[in-house]
Write a protein of this length. Sequence first.
Length: 153
Amino acid sequence: MSETEKVVASNKKAFHDYHIFDRYEAGIVLSGTEVKSLREARINLKDSYAQIKNNEIYLVNCHISPYSHGNRENPEPTRTRKLLLHRQEINKLIGKSVEKGFTLVPLRVYFKEGRAKVEIAVVKGKKLYDKRETQRRKESDRELAKIMKGVRK
């Protein structure tokens, strides 16, 4: 992450629920008041996903709260928003997403050089035993770090 990036929201649940394979940076088409809401970090990625329609990629079910100082023309909070990618990237994503079990999930939303960006990933769902194994590994790493910290003192 460079100094010009300001992370607005991240989808921590995605790291718990999915195996992450490839990541892509995409622009996002927003209205003016949605950008202002993003700058206030009023976004929720929890149940959102990316969907392919007509050879274009859209972000579905991403909740951007209406801007507090906006007018009655504020857009719908969970409307479908178009993602901006290069044609080669879209073709790669189409190829990977049609494989069984793979889906597209946003990992984080951030501002890069003043523009709103979304990091989307090609993911595959974890089984329950995979989630338990990940949890076990995190706990053991935490305990090991605690022991190593005590040894260094």
